[in-house]
Design a protein around this ligand. Structure first.
Ligand code: EZ4
Ligand code: CO
Length: 401
């Protein structure tokens, strides 16, 4: 079965997505997500200008060989653009193999290790009371786990605060800039979780995303302040470029830590996993080299008692979500999956076999990934340049957003 060509589909049904459609001589095709939020066209070019011409004619059944060919063969390895492109090819090849063998991808990955995949939703509010109401809406939909974020008094816009239950940080047009103060933020988090625990009791899993904005010692202080509220995890407490920072946080708090949505290779997280400095690894299919590479990360994590918690925001397309669900269902050391429902326009462009019920999801039993794209409809939503916001401290210094 030979790869005969492919198309890179860029579209914007509510937000931008890049999708690789890989075709074989047997008329079968596979899909791979190639979306890198705010830098979409770099991956589209990497795929159409450099990757597709190099893989036409290769045997689509040799997934691992093609992965190594793209990774080692490029000489220039790693990095988000490269690894997103490699992921798109890898994901499409797993989709093709599943369709060729007439089985869902999770069967190729070893079969189901559980009945379904626990997901967490995103609740936020301008005030603590609004955030409490938002969490309540998730609980009434059956969610067992909810991430909670609240505005910081005195700061104009902060990461994670949506309109209603929707949150979409990338904005079309020019780059927007916002302000940040760790001092103001630090005092605002514990009161939110104190209130949530009082309202919802001990069983609901509560999560919070710091989004890389604290120094290690600030993150240590926050983790300690949140200990009475027994979080499921504290996410991206500090920029993970600095692994030593996690050693410092770990010395001070028992709040579980989750990291990895911006990682793109096993080398980015190897030390964090081997030294058990984190509890959950949040790499995801589209940004960390596809299912093939994700399985290696999960296997390393399994050795060290670290569980998976894949990134699953709306900038990861339904193709990535489907692939993540096949991965989550199969790996032994699964922890939780992030889930933000896509917009109605996105749902119309991408049909899928996966479904949500009772706080959990299942990838479905359609052959392959169980996702398809309506290319004609996608073409009616042309790509529009969009950027994530940039944050500055109160004195104007650029900071992590
Ligand atoms: O900011 O996916 O946990 N989820 C997140 C996301 C990220 C976006 C960036 O593109 O941190 O909301
Ligand atoms: Co995050």
């Amino acid at each position: 079965m030979k790869i005969v060509g492919g198309t890179v589909i860029t579209c914007s049904p509510g937000r931008n997505f890049v999708t690789l459609k890989l075709e074989t001589d047997e008329g079968m095709y596979g899909l791979g997500d190639a979306t890198l939020n705010g830098r979409e066209l770099a991956v589209a070019s990497y795929l159409s200008d450099h990757v597709l011409p190099a893989i036409v004619g290769r045997d689509a059944r040799n997934i691992e060989d093609i992965w190594q060919f793209l990774y080692k063969g490029a000489y220039w390895r790693r990095g988000p653009v490269t690894m997103t492109a490699v992921a798109a090819v890898d994901t499409a090849l797993w989709d093709i193999k599943g369709k060729a063998l007439n089985v869902p991808v999770y069967q190729l990955l070893g079969g189901a290790s559980r009945d379904a995949v626990m997901v967490y939703g995103h609740a936020s509010g301008e005030t603590i009371e609004q955030a409490v109401e938002a969490v309540g809406r998730y609980v009434s939909q059956g969610y067992q786990a909810v991430r909670a974020q609240c505005s910081v008094p005195g700061l104009p816009q902060t990461y994670g605060i949506g309109r209603g239950d929707r949150y979409e940080p990338a904005a079309r047009g020019a780059v927007s800039e916002t302000r940040w103060s760790s001092a103001r933020y630090l005092g605002s988090v514990a009161p939110l979780f104190e209130r949530l625990r009082r309202e919802f009791g001990p069983d609901l899993h509560l999560l919070h995303d710091v989004h890389h904005r604290l120094t290690p010692i600030e993150a240590a202080r926050l983790g300690r302040a949140l200990e009475p509220y027994a979080l499921f995890w504290l996410e991206d407490p500090t920029p993970a470029d600095n692994h030593e920072g996690f050693r410092l946080i770990r010395q001070h708090t028992t709040t579980p830590l989750a990291v990895g949505e911006v990682f793109n290779s096993i080398h980015d997280c190897r030390a964090l996993i081997e030294e058990q400095l984190i509890d959950y690894i949040r790499t995801t299919v589209v940004h960390a080299g596809g299912l093939s590479h994700m399985r290696k990360i999960a296997s390393l994590a399994e050795l060290h008692g670290v569980r998976t918690g894949s990134h699953g925001a709306t900038d990861l397309s339904p193709v990535c979500l489907a692939a993540a669900l096949h991965f989550d269902l199969s790996v032994h050391n699964f922890g939780i999956q992030e889930y933000m429902p896509h917009s109605d326009e996105t749902e119309r462009v991408f049909s899928h076999a996966y479904a949500f019920a009772g706080g959990a999801m299942h990838p479905g039993d359609a052959p392959g990934l169980g996702v398809d794209i309506d290319e004609r409809l996608a073409a009616s939503f042309p790509y529009q340049r969009a950027y994530l916001p940039v944050a500055r401290l109160m004195d104007g210094t650029v900071h992590d957003w």
